[in-house]
Design a protein around this ligand. Sequence first.
Ligand SMILES: Cc1ncc(COP(=O)(O)O)c(C=O)c1O
Length: 415
Amino acid sequence: MTTLDLPGQLAVLPLAHCAGGAGRATGPYPDRLKPILSLAAHAEAMTEIGEWPGYAPTPLVGLPGLARAAGLGAIHYKHEAGRFGLGSFKALGGAYAVLRLLKNEILRRTGQHASSRELIAGKFADIVSGITVTCATDGNHGRSVAWGAQTFGCQCVIYIHATVSEGRREAIARYGAEVIRTAGNYDDAVRTADADAKTHGRFIVSDTSYPGYTDVPRDVMQGYSVMVEEALQQWPEAAPPTHVFIQGGVGGLAAAVCAQMWERLGDARGRFIVVEPDKAACLYASALAGAPTAVHGDLDTLMAGLACGEVSLIAWEVLAAGTHDFLTIPDAAAVDTMRLLADTPFGDTPIAAGESAVAGLAGLLMACSRPRLAADLGLGPDSRVLLFGSEGATDPELYARLVGRSAEAVEGGAQ
Ligand SMILES: Cc1ncc(COP(=O)(O)O)c(C=O)c1O
């Protein structure tokens, strides 16, 4: 596909590609991965989250003009900006893990099985109000944990690292959490949150897993599966997606998408491609090395939600088995793609997407404009691509600076 007339520099910016392990394996979703993510655990997440006030599926937006221009059959973009009023898919994960944690504590202390409804009604307030949840965040996860804590009635302390914007800090504080800014990068903030939790007896609700800490991040990922299931229910084409391009931070989102699609669709799940910023490509580095591998430095990508130097271990187990390709892209590609979605030169519905939401689409478009890579990835007129636009303009000031106008102006007040 060489005719794609891409705005900005998408056709010439550098892109790196590494083949993943899924190229060597076929068959159904492996039993060994079910303790991490499964349709059985998904059913519980769907039931609980479906009961939360304000639950509604986010839209799956077709981009037929862009698909035509890119030489593809179809592109569908799951637009997560409206998720529970929090602006991103993360609303599903952190808050769900807070709920699971509180339910487990109530069960341990009283022998009773609590539901979302009972917690929201304040039935176990005497127990829950004495519990403090905590985490480190680049913004969106902390917002979800803080919102979950407020919704279910417990206390919350959130850690943000040096480069997290003031707008993102305020968005977390709005849900009643204490917000602490630390020196260093995201991974340093994770370690500080961990140490303080031990000192003060807080419960860590992290979206990343490490040795000895896997239960909560598994619940976080299982919460995300609600978004994936919605997309599969909304999918309007006669046949399933041939490709999924999904952005990666620690890999939790990608693993949730991979597992849900794999267990639901088996061999028909299509090609699964993970896209990361080139300044924070820990999944790509792990794919190259064939084992979890950290990348170092200040990870100062504009794609704040993807600024992670260490993979989540349990997410990596799923991705190592289920990913066909890993791509890395530069920040400028994300900016061009945000503008493309806002300006819609190909006549599609305008979308206000945040910096971290567009990496998957940026990777797709960059691949389409490189004939060898497009052929390698099997991209062409029969391709039906599913994308997860994981956030709206969660940092409104930054969005307006990058795109030239506000999210409201782009979407005509829809956001
Ligand atoms: C908007 C957005 N997209 C994608 C991601 C990546 O998710 P994960 O870290 O689970 O890979 C994040 C993480 O914070 C995010 O905020």
